[in-house]
Write a protein that binds this ligand. Structure first.
Ligand code: PMP
Length: 448
């Protein structure tokens, strides 16, 4: 795409406006630094400081200055019903009145797990944990135990949480990443074991021949392939998703399908959408209804390794807060609201958004791509839709931050890179049309 003139000055102008409009959030950020390493968590931060939100209601967030935003991030794609849905609030309040945590089953766990298994054909058994990170950690450990093999394969650019088994080549610098069709395994986060990459075989997205070649060469060492089809965050050909299932089955390798973000496209999630049946699946976000949650499940013969009543004794998986009753009631109440009609409404809004953003890009003459899958969306500045990590890395990144600020200024709260955004069932067509108009305004201001 063509570089935009004066982008630094316009970015500085938008940040100055933001500073002037948000003294209370600025003061809060400075106060926090007395005891926190910057923000309370990495994902909260964007320059010059994050807005402090006082409350959320329906599809809106309200900041400490009293300004209202249409929430198009929904707690990192978690809040599919928007904020404080009455059914979820009631379920949490009822459970709170009976106790926060009881150190014993609270009687809701089976119902929540049965609800999830009833939605997803490949799930015979499921267990809840505290985050998507824990879900992938336990699923991989289970695959290693079941198969008796030590290595795993993952895709370059795939993110599966913060632990050493998976934080390899999430966003590798291109000078370290190796050939596109045989990528290196590069540890991502500072402080990771320098040896962590040795257990991880790297695969390229969108390249059937390379994937088959790499998996065939490493087959005897591999416990599993973990695969996030990056719903709404990077484009995927459905044939490629089905190919990954087919080739893992052909080579007799376990497939762990990461639906931590993707379990919001329909009742049966992404695997129903693509028509595949993984061996194990990991969940998070939506399945906890806004409470801290992860879950993983799949084939009974694998999951039952955790069943203490079965012989031979297998593995132990637990955690002080795993299957917390507050999580289970919030997740169950959320799933119960997710009827076919609710998905029709939500995914219809997604289609309207796609049409609107495509129209804006066509009129603006700026090389841009709107990726929308169901209610998930991301915006890229590239002449073609990116299907691989290398194509994502090549996209222009200079416009996303000032556009994020311009959208905030107009009352729309998105993911800060304009990636991993989403709609909620609390939204109506007007919210989507308003977002499209605000995006057009921001783009016009920045590119004029
Ligand atoms: N897998 C994917 C695809 C994710 O996007 C994320 C987090 N956004 C995770 C795993 C990790 O989940 P959590 O942040 O709940 O640990």
């Amino acid at each position: 795409m063509t570089p935009v003139a004066n982008i630094e000055e316009k970015t500085a102008e938008l940040e100055d406006r933001f500073r002037a409009a948000n003294p209370a959030s600025a003061a809060y950020f400075e106060k926090g630094r007395e005891a926190m390493a910057g923000p309370a968590k990495g994902a909260f931060y964007y320059p010059p400081f994050p807005l402090v939100m006082e409350r959320g209601e329906d599809c809106y967030l309200y900041d400490v200055e009293g300004r209202r935003y249409v929430d198009c991030a929904n707690h990192h794609t978690t809040l599919i019903l928007g904020h404080n849905h009455p059914a979820v609030v009631k379920a949490i309040a009822d459970q709170l009145s009976r106790g926060v945590a009881l150190g014993a089953p609270a009687g809701v766990e089976a119902e929540a797990c049965i609800e999830l298994c009833s939605r997803v054909a490949s799930l015979d058994r499921v267990r809840y944990c505290n985050s998507g990170t824990e879900a992938t950690l336990h699923a991989i450990r289970l695959a290693r135990g079941f198969s008796g093999r030590g290595k795993i394969a993952k895709f370059e650019g795939g993110y599966h949480g913060s632990h050493d088994a998976v934080e390899i080549s999430v966003a590798p610098p291109l000078d370290k990443a190796g050939p596109a069709d045989a990528p290196n395994s590069v540890p991502t986060a500072g402080g990771m074991s320098p040896y962590a990459g040795q257990d991880v075989v790297m695969l390229p997205y969108d390249n059937e021949a390379a994937v088959e070649k790499i998996l065939t060469a490493n087959r005897d060492d591999l416990a599993c392939v973990i695969f996030d089809p990056k719903a709404g965050t990077m484009a995927q050909r459905p044939e490629f998703v089905r190919f990954v299932r087919g080739v893992t089955r052909k080579l007799d390798l376990l497939l762990i399908f990461d639906e931590i973000v993707g379990f919001r496209v329909g009742r049966g999630g992404l695997q129903e959408y693509y028509g595949i049946d993984p061996d194990l699946t990991t969940y998070g976000k939506v399945v906890g209804g806004g409470m801290p949650a992860g879950a993983f499940g799949g084939r009974a013969d694998i999951m039952d390794l955790f069943d203490p009543t079965k012989e031979p004794p297998g593995f132990f998986q637990s955690g002080s807060f795993s299957a917390s009753p507050l999580v289970m009631v919030a997740g169950l109440a959320t799933m119960q609201q997710l009827t076919p009609e609710a998905f029709d409404h939500l995914n219809g809004l997604g289609e309207r958004l796609k049409e609107g953003l495509d129209r804006v890009f066509a009129n603006a003459g700026v090389g841009g791509q709107a990726l929308v899958l169901g209610s998930l969306f991301s915006i890229f500045f590239a002449d073609e839709m990116p299907y691989t990590y290398r194509a994502m890395a090549a996209a222009d990144k200079t416009l996303a931050h000032p556009l994020f600020h311009s959208l905030l200024d107009q009352g729309y709260f998105l993911g800060q890179t304009l990636g991993m955004c989403c709609l909620s069932t609390a939204m109506e067509e007007d919210h989507v049309d308003g977002l499209v108009d605000a995006f057009a305004n921001g783009l016009r201001y920045l590119t004029d």
